[in-house]
Design a protein around this ligand. Structure first.
Ligand SMILES: Nc1ncnc2c1ncn2[C@@H]1O[C@H](COP(=O)(O)OP(=O)(O)O)[C@@H](O)[C@H]1O
Ligand SMILES: [Mg+2]
Length: 232
């Protein structure tokens, strides 16, 4: 299953949630590979801190080729892709091969406004990948605030599925990243770790809907002349 974290806006938690989800799935003994498709390479930098060997990570900051990614996904339960903060060829190529696109966003007006652009990009690739599933993920919710309480209501305007799990604004997420680990390793009994555990559980049952064979028009991806060096 190919899961990508996309949002044209930076700072919404794509990298943080992608890494924590990856470790959460790994802890459940799923076999996965992580693709850092952001030219900034944040996940690669995180990976380098501890020489974290939890999972294999590939830096691939150019459009992903559908055939290569399919081939790669055959060897793993999950391929997790951390997309760049942009609407562009890289993000579109990622969406064209994605089974489940997760759009993290915080309940702030700026994130909500930028989400429309991300959803428009998803709609543009739908003809190439009609089976793509898209879900919003509330991240950085500030507990005990009205905006936090109203966040789920605010998401209704998108008429999209929203994960029941909400990730709150928690220092553990920041500290874990700084230490080159996940919240499950950094603070296994923390609220942050429990939130990630719940997110994993929401995602895992979808494996049983295994008929994920998105219809991708490879020609669309041909504008990408670059082959994936790492597994091409
Ligand atoms: N749930 C959270 N609680 C606290 N800080 C968070 C949370 N999610 C993300 N952050 C912080 O927000 C910043 C942006 O997150 P990041 O994952 O880099 O976003 P993106 O990949 O979308 O640009 C980082 O400093 C990260 O540590
Ligand atoms: Mg990022």
């Amino acid at each position: 299953m190919i899961i990508s974290f996309v949002n044209q806006k930076g700072g919404v938690g794509k990298t943080t949630t992608a890494i924590n989800l990856a470790i959460g799935l790994k802890k459940k003994n799923y076999n996965l590979v992580f693709i850092d498709a952001d030219p900034q390479g944040s996940a690669v930098q995180w990976h380098a801190i501890e020489g974290n060997k939890s999972f294999e990570i590939l830096h691939h900051p150019s459009p992903i080729h559908a055939t290569d990614i399919r081939q790669l996904s055959m060897n793993y339960d999950y391929v997790i892709i951390d997309a760049p903060p942009a609407i562009g060829d890289i993000s579109k190529a990622i969406l064209a091969v994605t089974d489940l696109a997760i759009i993290p966003l915080s309940p702030s007006a700026l994130d909500v406004w930028s989400c429309w652009g991300t959803l428009k990009m998803v709609d543009e690739i739908r003809p190439l990948n009609s089976d793509i599933e898209v879900k919003l993920l509330i991240n950085r919710k500030i507990p005990g605030t009205k905006i936090g309480r109203d966040s789920r209501e605010a998401m209704k305007q998108f008429q999209m599925d929203v994960f029941n799990t909400e990730l709150c604004q928690r220092v553990a997420f920041i500290d874990a990243m700084t230490s080159g680990v996940s919240v499950m390793q950094y603070a296994p009994h923390s609220k942050a770790a429990r939130e990630i555990e719940r997110l994993c559980e929401e995602i895992i049952p979808q494996v049983s809907m295994e008929a994920f064979q998105p219809q991708v028009n490879n020609q669309y991806l041909d504008y990408s002349k670059e082959k994936i060096e790492y597994f091409g």
